[in-house]
Design a protein around this ligand. Structure first.
Ligand SMILES: [Cu+2]
Length: 152
């Protein structure tokens, strides 16, 4: 089979570009220590919003998105904590974005998505919904509060 010269060039450049993209992804994953979120088998246990403290600086957060809130909406942890977020939705698809930590997940009904984040610096980290989910979308936010005492 004879292939057109231009077609051949297009195929070769596409393959080179795809390799470059894959290489960039792997490079960024290592350089910025980012992880691709995991998708866990559905389990009702994760649909109850809560914060579990496993040891001094290890936490599990079962985050439940719904129209139009995240529960829990305030998560207090000490600096240096490692947090595993387990995320699901009660209704439509929502987003889960912690911009300061480069975290971007989707909250999907019937699915559990998981990612781990280490909070090295004190501060208030905003969690926002970044998938348009209805009229209250812009109010959908929560906070991870690192090293600040509870107000109550
Ligand atoms: Cu939302």
């Amino acid at each position: 089979m004879k292939m057109d010269k231009i077609e051949k060039r297009v195929i070769i450049s596409s393959l080179l570009l795809m390799s470059l993209f894959v290489f960039s992804l792997l490079y960024a994953k290592n350089k910025y220590k980012t992880d691709v979120p995991e998708c866990l088998p559905y389990d009702k246990a994760y649909t109850e919003p809560k914060v579990n403290q496993l040891d001094e600086k290890t936490y599990q957060v079962f985050s439940v998105a719904s129209m139009w809130q995240f529960q829990p909406s305030e998560i207090y942890i000490p600096v240096g904590s490692e947090v595993d977020f387990y995320l699901t939705s009660k209704d439509v698809v929502h987003g889960f974005n912690i911009a300061q930590k480069n975290i971007n997940m989707m909250a999907v009904y019937g699915a559990i998505n998981k990612t781990s984040v280490k909070f090295d610096k004190p501060g208030v980290y905003d969690i926002v919904c970044h998938e348009y989910c209805g009229v209250g979308h812009q109010n959908m936010r929560a906070q991870v509060i690192v090293n600040y005492p509870r107000s109550k």
